[in-house]
Design a protein around this ligand. Structure first.
Ligand SMILES: Cc1cc2nc3c(=O)[nH]c(=O)nc-3n(C[C@H](O)[C@H](O)[C@H](O)COP(=O)(O)OP(=O)(O)OC[C@H]3O[C@@H](n4cnc5c(N)ncnc54)[C@H](O)[C@@H]3O)c2cc1C
Length: 434
């Protein structure tokens, strides 16, 4: 199966198209093969090149590098998330471990940006967890208690304050965390592609079809060639399952998002000229909404079990209708047809929201499953899986490996039925928040 890119992502289409694309056309031998060139794979490649400057390192991607979820996400580099349980002390401890990993993720992205002077619209504006339902104050108050105990600076805001800050009267209550960064995801991942070290061989539009482990090497088959490698790192995130990796521990979920054109001066004035902001939902199936630096509105309000390889134009159009309603609910004063682009992207989920970071067999490594935190955690895990696969150790690996491990999932068709039922339940609970 091949990943079919919809070529309609507003973020990616902001960038100058790349040239000099190389595709795998013959058999290759290498020391290291990385499969998947998103934040995880690119960051693994950068680290491996530093650790093994004389070794042959290949990285492949089914589509253009960085044009999977890494280039098409909502651009929140998160310090905290709200979708984890945190009612007991044990859970608080697990939550803290997760937040420690988020923090390491922020640091590693910050370091990259500084080292390569990357412009990715970095904005340390923090983020809002907001709801139109006043009753959600209960959820936000208990979240606030957790944040207090872990020393995260935050504040709770009411409707008037939110109207002023966001330019919409839609939300009645929110919790704002000071930490967390908004950025342009495609600019960030493009910088990771552009700064790949010289000794990395990047092959794009090259899909790994199957792979097998022999005694001292792994054979990876592509349409136009076979790569014989000593070690392999799988960094395909939402496509781990389709490559037979940790199949009982992860599953893909398809998200869709839409972005408007830039608001005109008049339209922007009509909503009170707010500064750039980002809202995450209080309930899991509510909408993520951003006002970008250049006055576009981004909305992501679907998550579903779908064929991860392709979403047709018609299916995207249908999801755009849901996003149009979401924008109208929040900004009734804006014109009807301002959506300019709609796209889909794949994330990988585990049952207990824990990430995968493992050696799964001799010379075979995998990192993935970050849910909504892959910008930071993917960049961190890529770097650290390269260190682990090189037989070295780090304090970051210690922290990563102290987290809960992903728990076992039921087989198909029970898995899909269960996930669909859960998503439907969450959708009903968040009905007015989409
Ligand atoms: C709409 C949306 C919104 C999101 N919002 C956020 C957010 O605000 N903040 C956040 O932190 N995260 C967010 N995420 C999640 C985040 O984008 C991912 O966690 C992150 O991109 C994972 O990076 P990755 O490199 O592991 O995987 P990907 O970026 O998915 O890269 C994997 C690559 O593997 C390639 N591949 C797959 N199969 C094969 C094969 N057989 N052979 C070769 N290559 C293959 C794919 O083409 C892809 O490029 C969002 C995701 C989506 C889709």
């Amino acid at each position: 199966m091949y990943v079919v890119n919809d070529n309609n992502c507003g973020w990616i289409n902001d960038l100058v198209p790349r040239t000099n694309i190389k595709t795998l056309t013959k058999n290759e031998d290498c020391d290291w093969l990385i499969v998947g060139a998103g934040y995880t794979g690119l960051s693994a490649a950068r680290k491996l090149s530093l650790l093994h400057p004389t070794k042959k390192i290949i990285i492949v991607d089914s589509q253009l590098a960085g044009e999977g979820a890494s280039g098409r996400n909502s651009g929140y580099l998160v310090d905290t998330t709200l979708n984890d349980g945190f009612t007991s002390n044990k859970e608080l401890n697990n939550y803290k471990k997760k937040a420690d990993i988020y923090n390491l993720g922020i640091e590693v992205v910050k370091k990259f940006i500084k080292e390569y002077q990357v412009d990715c619209d970095w904005n340390e504006s923090g983020k809002f967890f907001a709801s139109s339902n006043q009753e959600d104050i209960k959820i936000l108050s208990s979240f606030s208690d957790v944040l207090k105990r872990l020393n995260f600076t935050h504040e709770i805001l009411n409707r008037d304050q939110l109207t002023e800050r966001l330019g919409t009267k839609f939300y009645s209550i929110a919790l704002h965390t000071k930490g967390g960064i908004l950025l342009h995801p495609a600019k960030l991942v493009r910088a990771m592609v552009d700064t790949l070290p010289e000794n990395i061989n990047l092959f794009e539009n090259s899909t790994l079809i199957n792979w097998q482990k022999e005694k001292d090497f792994i054979l990876a088959s592509f349409v136009n060639g076979v790569v014989k490698t000593k070690k392999i790192i799988f960094a395909t995130n939402g496509f781990l399952k389709s490559l037979g990796i940790k199949t009982s521990y992860n599953f893909p979920i398809t998200l869709t998002a839409s972005m408007t054109r830039r608001l005109t001066d008049q339209e922007f004035k009509a909503i009170g000229e707010p500064k750039e902001w980002g809202v995450l939902p209080v309930r899991p199936m509510g909408a993520t909404v951003r006002m970008t630096k250049d006055r576009r509105i981004l909305i992501r309000n679907t998550a579903e079990v779908h064929d991860p390889f392709k979403m047709s134009k018609l299916e995207l159009t249908n999801r755009a209708k849901i996003q149009k309603i979401g924008i109208k609910r929040r900004f009734p004063e804006l014109p009807e047809n301002i959506i300019q682009s709609t796209w889909s992207g794949i994330v990988s989920r585990t049952r207990n929201s824990s990430q995968i970071f493992e050696k799964i067999d001799e010379n075979i490594f995998v990192a993935g499953c970050y849910n909504g935190s892959g910008i930071g955690v993917g960049t961190l895990f890529g770097e650290q899986i390269a260190i682990k696969a090189s037989g070295e150790h780090s304090k970051e690996i210690e922290i990563i490996e102290s987290r809960n491990k992903p728990t076992w999932l039921p087989p198909q068709p029970f898995l899909n039925l269960g996930v669909k039922a859960r998503l439907m339940y969450e959708r009903l609970r968040a009905k007015l928040e989409t």
